[in-house]
Design a protein. Structure first.
Length: 190
């Protein structure tokens, strides 16, 4: 049997994508192991999800560090301790800086709730509804120094439902969970 890819999942919120990735690892669909969950929000629900799954939690408050470099250096220390190979962003609401980009070149993956390059950044679903689009979607991409600008790995369209943010978000989350898993399976089999 081949060795599992050691991944760190970065998240800042409820952790629904974290949960989907963890389940895919646990049931063998994704040949990877989440060795640490990194968060910038120690009180986020994703922390509880990780603890329930028996996964190490590394919480770092950016305001506790004098610079972004110091913040990322602390994260890197933890990642190195557990030999992380890939960083998987799952609702991590911070731009990745040069320290992490240099340490994991072309090995940081993000998921975004729009068909990039449309509606990058925060509140992509709200942006789509405000613009009156009928179709939005999900993008999985590699991370670079920009805001949702890295090379696209996969995309899938999702219909905007009745101009409603919550209904559309629910539909997007269902697609995110499947598309992220499929994309990571393909990426780790290369």
């Amino acid at each position: 049997m081949t060795r599992k890819v050691k991944i760190a999942v970065f998240a800042s919120g409820s952790g629904s994508n974290f949960g989907a990735i963890e389940e895919a690892c646990r049931n063998g669909a994704l040949h990877a192991e989440i060795v640490v969950m990194v968060t910038n929000k120690p009180d986020a629900y994703v922390v509880e999800r990780a603890k329930k799954a028996g996964i190490q939690v590394a919480a770092f408050c950016p305001k506790d560090f004098s610079t972004k470099d110091a913040y990322e250096e602390a994260i890197l220390g933890t990642l190195r301790e557990v030999d992380v190979e890939w960083l998987i962003l799952a609702g991590y609401m911070r731009l990745i800086g040069q320290h992490l980009l240099s340490a994991y070149p072309s090995r940081i993956v993000n998921i975004h709730p729009s068909l990039l390059p449309s509606f990058p950044g925060k509140d992509a679903i709200g942006q789509a509804i405000e613009q009156g689009v009928k179709i939005t979607g999900v993008t999985v991409h590699l991370v670079d120094e920009g805001m949702d600008t890295g090379p696209i790995l996969a995309q899938r369209a999702v219909a905007v439902i009745d101009g409603d943010v919550d209904k559309t978000a629910e539909a997007i989350h269902a697609v995110e969970h499947e598309l992220y898993k499929e994309t990571l399976i393909e990426l780790f089999s290369r």
